[in-house]
Design a protein around this ligand. Structure first.
Ligand SMILES: [Ca+2]
Ligand SMILES: [Ca+2]
Length: 73
């Protein structure tokens, strides 16, 4: 079952140009707290500025939830 889900996820990535460039949420959330900080994104290779981060942070709590991350990517 897990392999199937991975295959579906991979298919989703290849069919979306925007997502193809963005790392998976879980791989960016290196401390596993369920949100992404600007530092975590930068460490994962995302080239975003503070303005980009603030634009993605829809509820302005200083971190990106999975929904905010996916919406921005
Ligand atoms: Ca985190
Ligand atoms: Ca947020």
């Amino acid at each position: 079952m897990k392999k199937l889900l991975v295959a579906i996820a991979a298919l989703g990535l290849t069919t979306s140009a925007a997502l193809a460039q963005a790392p998976e949420f879980a791989s960016v959330d290196t401390d596993g707290n369920g949100t992404i900080s600007m530092e975590e994104g930068a460490a994962a290779g995302l080239e975003w500025t503070e303005d980009d981060f603030k634009a993605a942070d829809a509820n302005a709590d200083g971190s990106l939830s999975e929904d905010e991350y996916k919406a921005a990517m």
